[in-house]
Design a protein around this ligand. Sequence first.
Ligand code: MG
Length: 180
Amino acid sequence: MEKPLLILDLDETLIRGQESPLSEGEPHDMLLGPYFVYFRPHARSFLAAMGEHFRLGFWSSATLSYVGPICRQLMKGQPEPLFVWGRERCTERFDHFKRETYYAKDLRHIEKNGISLARVLIVDDELRKVNRHYGNALIVRPFLGDAADDELPKLESFLRSVSQLEDLRRVEKSKWSAGL
Ligand SMILES: [Mg+2]
């Protein structure tokens, strides 16, 4: 059986990018245009570990000029991810409650590439971006720069425990939507 696909969001899931440095004086991991970029604690070891069990794809609703360099840095020294996608692959939607436009991730783009959604998990900090694919989605607490954040090691042990299962949509994921 081929390794399942794990699709990862960037902002507030694996990193935090902001135009001013974090107040606690945390050292930033990257400087990209006007953005100070901070990796979520354990992000690189999480990705290295997950690469053994999953094929990895990155999908952000930011522009590729932001997404590309960050992914390269996060994956430095590791095999190329299956894909790095930005906003151009997202679907523009309107949130009628918040009265704002947002960019959703439609997994039909994945199916079109011949990958069964039974073998796909997508990790994001915002439910609305993946809510048409609830069975595939793991919603993490947003990372805003807390140096003591331990969401990724927890997610890692969960993902290790399910990576061999045939249909990932059937896995109990309520623990990962607790923050909704
Ligand atoms: Mg996000």
